[in-house]
Design a protein around this ligand. Structure first.
Ligand code: TEU
Length: 564
C-alpha cells in the first residue's frame, strides 16, 4: 500500500445530495453555503471524504446529471466563491472533496450540443452520437433508462442522436479524441483547484459497440436493453487508461466509477492496481438483489442468501485480484436501507445499526449516504404529484399502461423504490430545519421523530454508533487488510463472516430477522475468549469458550479474538 496515494483505503466517504442537504438562503433548495454550515457536523461524525452530487450549471432535468457548463456552479446552489470556501473549510477539517464527473452525456443545453445541432459540418457535431434516418424507425431498439426510445430525431439534420438517459442528456462520442481532450482539460482544471477526486457517473457506458446491436427485451418496457451494446464496451479501458495517464496520475486523488451492469470479474479490470484506471467501482449486484419481473419497480423482498452471495463474490474477487471494493447500502438513486433491508417499523434503530455493522466490517471503502447516520426511512407521499424524480414519473406512467400491474402494486413499487425516498430534505430538527422557506421536495413526514438533533444527542442513537464504526476503521487494521470468509452461506436469516490478519480475527454476526437465532460458533473459534468490539444492543452474549451463540431479533455483534 502506498500511504500517500492510497489514503482512500482507510477512508470513509459521506455522500451529500446538495439540493436536499441544507438551505442557507430560504429558497427551499439546499446549497453550497448550507453544506459549509454543516462541516462541523461532518467532521464530528469522523468522515474523511465528502462526495458531492453534481454542482455544475444545469437545467436540472435530472437534478444536475444534465450539465450545461462544466466550469460553472449551478446558480441555485451558489457561486464559485462559495465552492472555494467550502473546499477550503473541508480541507481545514481534514475532509477531502470528491466531485461527480458526468461525462457519458451532457445537457442538451451545453454549448457543444447547441453547436452540434447547427449542422453536420459543425466541429462539435461529432462530439455526440448521430445516426442517419427518416424519423420513422430509430437506429436500434434501445430504450432509455427513463422510458421511451434512446434515440431522438432531429428533422433539420435528418439524424437521430443517442441518449441512454433522458432526451435532454445526449451521449458524448468518446471515439472523438478532441472531445476526450476537452474532458481531460476540464478534469485537470478542477484537480488543479484542489479537488481530491471524482465519482464517475455511468463510466462503464462510455464506449458503445460500433455496430449498435439491438438488445434483449427490457422488463416492463417495449424497448430493448442497451447494456449488451453499451456497457463495458470495446474501448472503455483504453479511454480510462488514457484519462489516468493524462490527468489522474498527476494528482494523489481517489476515483470511484459508477459501473452499471458490471460483474466482479469485470470490475477487476477497472480497479486492479496495475491496470492504472480507477481506484474502485460501485457494484450494482447487491442493489439488484430484489429486482423481479418489473425490474427495479418490483415489489418482492430481498433474499438474504442471494445478498450474501453477491457481497461475498465482490469481497473475494477484489481481494484475489488486487482490486478494491466500494461499500454502500444506498445512494441518491436507491431506497433507504432500513426500509429495504432492515425493519423500519419495529426495529428501526437496531436494524440501522445492524446494517452499519454488516457493511462497515467488509473490506473496501464505505460510503454513507446523507441521513443514513440518523436512520432515515423511505417516505410515502399520497400524491404522485408530490414526487419530483424523472425516473419515478416515467416508471409510474409505464406501470399505469401495463394491464398486469394494478394501481395498488404501482403505488407499492413507488413507495419501495422511488429515488425520492433518498432525496427528501435532511431533517435537522423537530421542526424540519432544512429551510426557512418551502422545501423543493416534501420532507419525510416522520421528521418530528427522525431528525438530526434528536439522534445526535442520544448516546444510544445511530449517529454515535456510526462515529464508532468510523473510528474502528481508522484504528483496526484488520478491517482494511484482513481476509474475508463467509460463514454459513445458505443460512436464510444470519449473515456471519470473519476477517482475519496475522494479529486478529473478527467474527461478525448479524441476525436479519425479528426472531432470536441460535447458531454454532465456528469450530476454530470455540474455547477461545473474545471481547465484544461493537454490538447494536446490550443484549448480545459474551463469548467465553462457548459452542453456540444466540442473537436477539436484529441483533448484530463483532467479536474480536487476538491471536495467542
Ligand atoms: O445513475 C446511473 C444508473 O445506472 C441509473 O439508471 C440508476 O440505475 C437508476 O437511477 C437507478 O434507479 C446515474 C446517476 O446516479 C443518476 O442519478 C442519474 O440519473 C444517471 O446516472 C444519469 O446521469
Amino acid at each position: 500500500m502506498n500511504k500517500t496515494t492510497d489514503w482512500w483505503r482507510k477512508s470513509v466517504v459521506y455522500q451529500v445530495y446538495p439540493k436536499s442537504f441544507n438551505d442557507s438562503n430560504g429558497d427551499g433548495l439546499g446549497d453550497l453555503l448550507g453544506i459549509d454550515q454543516k462541516i462541523d457536523y461532518l467532521a464530528n461524525l469522523g468522515i474523511d471524504v465528502l462526495w458531492l452530487n453534481p454542482i455544475y450549471q444545469s437545467p436540472q432535468v435530472d437534478n444536475g446529471y444534465d450539465i450545461a457548463d462544466y466550469y460553472q456552479i449551478e446558480p441555485s446552489l451558489g457561486t464559485m466563491t462559495d465552492f472555494d470556501q467550502l473546499l477550503q473549510h473541508a480541507h481545514q477539517h481534514n475532509i477531502k472533496v470528491l466531485l461527480d464527473l458526468v461525462v457519458n452525456h451532457t445537457s442538451n443545453q451545453h454549448a457543444w450540443f447547441q453547436e452540434a445541432l447547427k449542422s453536420k459540418a459543425n466541429p462539435y457535431h461529432d462530439y455526440y452520437i448521430w445516426k442517419d434516418g427518416d424519423g420513422t424507425t430509430p437506429p436500434n431498439n434501445w430504450g432509455s433508462s427513463f422510458g421511451g426510445s434512446a434515440w431522438t430525431y432531429v428533422p433539420a439534420l435528418k439524424q437521430y442522436y443517442l441518449h441512454l438517459f433522458a432526451k435532454e442528456q445526449p451521449d458524448l462520442n468518446w471515439e472523438n479524441p478532441r472531445m476526450r481532450t476537452a474532458i481531460y482539460q476540464m478534469m485537470d482544471w478542477w484537480l488543479a483547484k484542489g479537488v481530491d477526486g471524482f465519482r464517475m457517473d455511468v463510466i462503464s457506458l462510455i464506449s458503445k459497440k460500433p455496430n449498435y446491436p439491438n438488445g434483449p427485451a427490457k422488463a416492463g418496457s417495449p424497448f430493448g436493453n442497451y447494456y449488451s451494446g453499451a456497457a463495458n464496451g470495446p474501448q472503455v479501458h483504453a479511454y480510462l487508461r488514457e484519462m489516468h495517464r493524462t490527468v489522474l496520475a498527476h494528482y494523489p486523488v481517489m476515483t470511484v466509477g459508477e459501473t452499471p451492469n458490471t460483474t466482479a470479474q469485470q470490475a477487476v479490470k477497472y480497479s486492479a492496481v496495475d491496470r492504472q484506471e480507477l481506484d474502485m467501482v460501485f457494484s450494482f449486484d447487491h442493489m439488484h438483489v430484489d429486482y423481479g419481473s418489473n425490474g427495479k419497480f418490483s415489489t418482492n423482498r430481498f433474499d438474504l442468501v442471494a445478498l450474501k452471495k453477491r457481497l461475498s463474490d465482490w469481497q473475494t474477487t477484489m481481494a484475489q485480484n488486487n482490486g478494491w471494493n466500494s461499500l454502500y447500502w444506498s445512494n441518491h438513486d436507491q431506497p433507504r436501507p432500513i426500509s429495504r433491508f432492515g425493519d423500519d417499523q419495529h426495529y428501526r434503530i437496531r436494524s440501522a445499526k445492524l446494517l452499519g455493522i454488516a457493511l462497515h466490517f467488509l473490506q473496501g471503502t464505505p460510503y454513507i449516504y446523507q441521513g443514513e447516520e440518523i436512520g432515515m426511512t423511505n417516505a410515502q407521499f399520497d400524491q404522485l404529484a408530490d414526487y419530483n424524480d424523472l425516473e419515478t414519473k416515467t416508471a409510474a406512467e409505464l406501470m399505469a399502461r401495463n394491464p398486469a400491474i394494478t394501481s395498488a402494486e404501482c403505488q407499492k413499487a413507488i413507495y419501495l423504490h422511488s429515488r425520492d425516498n433518498a432525496r427528501t430534505p435532511m431533517p435537522w430538527d423537530g421542526h424540519g430545519g432544512f429551510t426557512t422557506g418551502q422545501p423543493w421536495l416534501k420532507m419525510n413526514p416522520n421528521f418530528p421523530t427522525i431528525n438530526v438533533q434528536k439522534d445526535v444527542n442520544d448516546q444510544h442513537g445511530i449517529y454515535q454508533f456510526y462515529q464508532r464504526l468510523i473510528q474502528l476503521r481508522h484504528t483496526q487494521a484488520v478491517i482494511t487488510d484482513g481476509d474475508y470468509q463467509l460463514l454459513m452461506p445458505d443460512d436464510p436469516t444470519v449473515y456471519a463472516y470473519t476477517r482475519r490478519n496475522a494479529e486478529t480475527t473478527l467474527l461478525v454476526v448479524t441476525n436479519f430477522s425479528d426472531q432470536s437465532q441460535k447458531r454454532p460458533v465456528p469450530p476454530e473459534l470455540r474455547q477461545k475468549a473474545a471481547q465484544i468490539l461493537i454490538a447494536n444492543c446490550d443484549c448480545v452474549p459474551l463469548m467465553t469458550a462457548t459452542t453456540t451463540l444466540e442473537l436477539p431479533a436484529w441483533g448484530a455483534v463483532v467479536y474480536q479474538f487476538n491471536q495467542s
